[in-house]
Design a binder for this molecule. Structure first.
Ligand SMILES: C[S@@+](CC[C@H](N)C(=O)[O-])C[C@H]1O[C@@H](n2cnc3c(N)ncnc32)[C@H](O)[C@@H]1O
Length: 243
């Protein structure tokens, strides 16, 4: 979720980013991004909108565990460190992983893993027993801008679907990049992959995020259940999507 830092060298950028003032600067930058988006100057939604989306899905589906791929500077963790009881985040870049470990050293509910999310996610998932909100955002960055053509998203999504997690919510950032070029699957390929695994899930795009969540079915007692059965009974009546 970074924006370009005016052609500074990688070393200089990293030295600046090590300063405690840098997080203040990023906070200011996020407000500026939000302002520009609201004025229609930039087309894709800024981090504040993504943070809001994650918070609203966590509330709606009552997920108390966040699993993020791609920590970067840890802005999503910072925004939701109190929303979730437990947060996990995986970062490939050793320098970013170290920086995040320093930033969240005093947060016992945040666990940071260093490595490739495609490799680490399956073993992490074996340790988790509760419904999660997955924030899949491990896209390669080129010059601080996402979308370098590389993404582990198919491996990540397959690992989650294989592991079950029927009541979980999967949000994939940067839907606009899913054009079927480079490593990026098309949105249709994502839909097909999701449909290959139970339970029934909705798959839609909002604010540049692919939203995958359990379809809403009515339980035998008339209560609403969001994918709590991995194979909803044929008589289960599909209701409207969650608000
Ligand atoms: C768009 S940024 C993540 C932003 C962050 N999730 C947020 O909301 O603030 C993408 C991050 O993914 C990391 N990354 C790229 N490929 C990865 C992989 N295979 N495994 C883990 N992290 C990866 C990059 O180093 C970068 O820090």
């Amino acid at each position: 979720m970074a924006s370009k830092t005016f052609g500074l060298s990688r070393g200089l950028k990293r030295r600046l980013a090590a300063s405690p003032l840098f997080d203040l600067y990023r906070g200011f930058h996020r407000s500026w991004d939000l302002y520009r988006w609201r004025r229609g100057v930039v087309s894709h939604p800024p981090p504040a909108i993504k943070h809001h989306l994650v918070g609203s899905f966590a509330g709606r589906f009552e997920t108390s565990v966040l699993v993020e791929t791609g920590t970067f500077f840890g802005d999503m963790l910072q925004a939701h460190r109190r929303t979730f009881r437990q947060l996990y985040s995986i970062e490939l870049d050793p320098w970013l992983a170290r920086r995040a470990r320093r930033r969240f050293a005093h947060h016992r509910n945040i666990e940071l893993l260093e490595g490739d999310s495609a490799e680490l996610l399956p073993s992490l998932l074996r340790q988790i027993e509760e419904p999660c909100l997955f924030w899949l955002d491990a896209h390669a960055m080129v010059g601080g801008v996402r979308g370098g053509g590389l993404t582990p998203v198919v491996a990540e999504l397959t690992a989650i679907l294989e592991a079950g997690f029927p009541s979980s919510v999967i949000l994939i950032d940067d839907a606009r990049l899913f054009t079927g070029t480079g490593d990026y699957p098309s949105i249709q390929e994502i839909r097909d992959l999701v449909r290959a695994y139970p339970p029934d899930r909705e798959c839609e795009i909002r604010d540049d995020v692919v939203l995958i969540y359990p379809s809403c079915v009515e339980g035998s007692g008339g209560e609403l259940q969001y994918g709590s059965n991995s194979t909803p009974s044929p008589s289960a009546r599909r209701l409207t999507k969650p608000k």
